[in-house]
Design a protein around this ligand. Structure first.
Ligand SMILES: *Cc1c(COP(=O)(O)O)cnc(C)c1O
Length: 341
């Protein structure tokens, strides 16, 4: 197989360092890892191997297909979306469902499926059984490994956080779960009362900054693209679809093998940046499906075949693009080679 003209440079040391920082902040609670959506775009197997080697024991995916992709790594995986009839026949042995509804609980009981996790809704109104259903005995007798709930607004100082925490804490000891888990990345920063027995960070592992209390989170992902062509554009000429950029003078332009089909969306038109050594190279005109033009006046030595990095510090890039830090990662497409360093 040949290597692609675009790649994600993935920093193993930064990933592990971010997890260790979150594990420290989690205090006596264990620290897991959300690796759904292909490890937030980085590649779920690559992420899981590295975090398992660092000591992480609890991994979370959305679906059974995602769980199957982690087969053979010797880790236990919780499937956040629970279990459908269609999943029952071919469940990978190392995975267990997070049961979210009375229907899922019934399905799991009838199959005598063994250990499971359960999600309780404490106010997000997304997935989970209700507090009333728990009080009515829906979970009685289930072998629950981890009882969880999910915070709706942990990245804000919202009164909802404390309401959800109190509702969740009131379940302690009630359903016989071995462990309780509430906090995502942002929730870890809300303090020890939110940690319970297990935390479930995702975005912060991958360089996302949700709250300043986290301290030093390192960038993990850097998209890089190869230059396909370098050209001179004369003053008054335009660049790209719909001629949205006009050269104010004779300029030097490089065309990169990167476009919106790779997740480098059109919101970067005229505002994204590439980086080469010390030089900052602005995007010119529209992003195309597979191509992006940058100004290379500041990098006279760059030539066809050279690689440039794309500026992708997550908080700054989210502010620039209007995309969330989550979208910036999970949108990174299948055409990137994923290269761990
Ligand atoms: C995605 C997810 C997480 C991780 O959230 P981050 O905000 O990325 O840290 C944790 N728990 C559940 C249930 C999730 O769906």
């Amino acid at each position: 197989m040949t290597f692609a003209p675009l790649r994600l440079r993935l920093d193993s040391a930064a990933l592990v360092s971010n997890w260790q920082m979150l594990a420290r902040l989690s205090g006596s609670a264990a620290c897991g890892a959300a690796v759904k959506a292909n490890g937030y775009g980085l590649g779920a197997r690559g992420v899981t191997e590295r975090l398992a080697a660092a000591g992480c024991r609890d991994f979370f995916v959305a679906t059974w297909r995602e769980a199957a992709e982690l087969a053979g790594l010797g880790v236990t995986v919780s499937v956040l979306h629970g279990v459908r009839d269609a999943d029952m026949g071919r469940r990978p042995a190392q995975a267990r469902p997070v049961l979210n509804s009375a229907e899922q609980v019934r399905r799991w009981r009838e199959s005598a499926g063994g250990a499971c996790d359960v999600m309780v809704d404490t106010g997000m109104n997304r997935l989970g059984v209700s507090l009333q259903q728990v009080a009515d005995g829906l979970l009685d007798g289930l072998a629950i490994e981890t009882l969880m709930s999910h915070l709706a607004a942990a990245d804000e100082d919202s009164p909802l956080n404390e309401r959800q925490r109190e509702a969740f804490a009131a379940l302690r000891g009630l359903v016989g779960a071995k462990r309780m888990s509430l906090a995502n990345s942002a929730g870890i920063a809300l303090g020890p009362d939110y940690h319970f027995d297990l935390t479930r960070p995702g975005i912060a592992l991958y360089g996302g900054v949700q709250r300043t209390e986290h301290g030093a989170i390192r960038q993990v992902v850097t998209p890089q693209a190869q230059i396909l062509q370098r050209r001179r554009v004369a003053a008054g000429e335009t660049v790209g679809y719909n001629a949205t950029f006009t050269a104010p003078r004779d300029i030097e332009v490089a065309i990169l093998n990167l476009g919106y089909a790779d997740g480098y969306l059109r919101c970067f038109s005229g505002r994204g940046q590439a980086l080469a050594d010390a030089a900052t190279l602005p995007v010119l005109g529209r992003i195309s499906m597979d191509l992006t033009a940058i100004c290379v006046e500041a990098a006279p030595e760059l030539a066809e075949g050279d690689w440039v990095s794309i500026a992708y510090d997550l908080p700054a890039t989210a502010a620039l693009s209007g995309l969330s830090q989550y979208e910036l990662l999970t949108g990174l497409g299948a055409r990137f080679d994923r290269v761990w360093e």
